[in-house]
Design a protein around this ligand. Structure first.
Ligand SMILES: [Zn+2]
Length: 477
């Protein structure tokens, strides 16, 4: 594309331009089309084996860390990068390393370099902008050393100013024990009641079900609540009502599961046959499945195993009195002071990720303004172009670091003047100011500010790409 046949009409706007950007194709394992990059978790699991993925042969943690550690800087970068990158999987974020800080320090530049390669930014492009543009967590936020709890606590506090809560001792439980009797779970109403059904119809279905299945059983209702006040759950029966507060990290699933657990343990008087109604289909399905890994579901199974208890799904917010009462009690619980109890691991991990994302976002927005700040006010990824060449061009324009504006650095010369002779080359000048490209900008409906032009907007992006191609800049970015 060095030929000027596709150059702008009425002038050789690109005469400052010598040569073209080197074609750097990302290595296969860093190909952004294979999914976004993530950092490999060297997880200290019982199996002592790395997760399988397209790039990594199964290796023990010890061997992987040893290999990583012994790879020479720069020369064996490729080999080392294989240990850092893996396919996109939110659950495998994190690094656990027996090599400690030394290994982590070695991984950081490789991680950063790999993201730059994969996004099409230059190795010399500002790292913080590349990360914010791509939505990939900067390295220091990524290392969720959640396994080494004490270090994790300090690290997490440094980053987010929040305390990492205790991890439930039972969080690693794996499914129902062989000697636990499967609980009796009734999901019939899932088949007969639909969302939007009128309350009288729902009540009729519910009354029919209780009359045919639970006539002489003691009835208990449970519910969970997550709202801006906090997390809580409630239990309602004739002789007993209870409101409970839960740690703020708990999910709605956990709140519902906790209510089932307490109801199973507490609300079974005199060995009466009991039915516990819950409006959480996902909890009851998990309870039925027999392979739940949630500590409170497993404890519920175990507690129910010794008792005469059934569980039954009821639709929430549909006027069933017991359910409404439990809902109110759960809301009351969410306003109470949360207890210090261990939290299920999945909830903590989810919460940690949220907190980390949030503190990175705040850190980015408050950092010294860069070119990208004029365009993007979030660190969430923008998935905007499937074409990797177009995506690379957008990335470079957004961070303001392109071949035609920065190649002079490699030649150690001054930043050149634009062909219009009125200013030095820059992304802003090209897209907003240059008189030579003005007509083409008007023709392609290019916006009036960098934010308009480079935001995630399909029409703007299509117009911009067409404009760049017509003026011959596309291949020079
Ligand atoms: Zn110009």
């Amino acid at each position: 594309m060095a030929s000027s046949s596709s150059g702008p009409p009425g002038g050789r706007a690109t005469n400052f331009y010598q040569g073209k950007p080197t074609q750097r194709t990302a290595p296969k394992w860093a190909d952004p089309n294979n999914g976004n990059l993530q950092i490999l978790l060297l997880r200290a699991t019982g199996e002592n084996v790395l997760p399988t993925n397209p790039f990594i042969v199964r290796k023990t943690i010890t061997n992987a860390v040893k290999d990583f550690d012994s790879a020479r800087p720069s020369r064996d970068d490729k080999k080392r990068m294989q240990y850092v990158l893996t396919s996109r999987d939110e659950d495998t974020i994190g690094i656990f390393s027996r090599g400690g800080d030394r290994v982590l320090n070695a991984i950081e530049p490789i991680y950063t370099k790999a993201i730059k390669l994969a996004t099409g930014a230059f190795i010399t492009s500002p790292t913080s902008a590349v990360m914010a543009e791509s939505g990939h967590l900067p390295f220091k936020y990524l290392v969720t050393r959640i396994i080494t709890v004490i270090r994790a606590k300090n690290w997490f506090k440094d980053l987010t100013n929040q305390e990492l809560p205790d991890i439930c001792a039972l969080s690693t439980a794996t499914g129902r024990k062989w000697n636990v009797i499967p609980p009796n779970v009734n999901l019939d109403l899932l088949k007969t009641v639909r969302a939007g059904d009128p309350p009288p119809k729902i009540k009729a279905c519910f009354n029919h079900l209780t009359a045919t299945h639970f006539q002489n059983k003691h009835q208990v209702y449970t519910d969970g609540s997550v709202n801006s006040d906090g997390v809580g759950c409630g239990i309602f029966e004739n002789r007993y009502t209870g409101s409970f507060s839960l740690p703020p990290q708990c999910s709605i699933f956990s709140a519902e599961a906790f209510a089932l657990l307490i109801a199973t343990q507490e609300c079974t008087h005199d060995h009466l046959p009991t039915v516990i109604f819950s409006d959480s289909a996902s909890c009851l399905q998990d309870l039925l499945s027999g392979n739940s890994k949630h500590p409170w579901i497993i404890q519920t199974e175990e507690a129910a195993s010794e008792k005469n208890i059934s569980y039954c799904w009821v639709p929430g917010h549909s006027g069933i009195l017991g359910n409404t009462a439990a809902d109110k009690l759960a809301g009351k619980g969410s306003k109470m002071e949360p207890p210090v109890i261990p939290c299920p691991r999945t909830d903590i991990v989810r919460w940690v990720k949220q907190q980390i994302r949030e503190s990175w976002n705040i850190g980015w927005l408050n950092s010294p303004p860069t070119h990208l700040h004029q365009i993007k006010n979030t660190t969430l990824p923008w998935f905007d172009q499937n074409n990797s060449k177009e995506r690379r061009v957008l990335t470079r324009l957004r961070i303001g670091h392109t071949f035609f504006t920065h190649s002079h650095l490699m030649k150690k010369t001054e930043r050149p003047l634009c062909a219009c002779n009125s200013a030095q080359v820059s992304v802003r000048h090209l897209l907003l100011e240059c008189q030579h490209t003005k007509d083409a900008r008007v023709r392609h409906n290019i916006g009036q500010s960098l934010r308009d032009i480079l935001s995630r907007d399909e029409t703007q992006e299509t117009n911009l790409i067409a404009f760049l191609k017509e003026t011959g800049f596309f291949g020079k970015i």
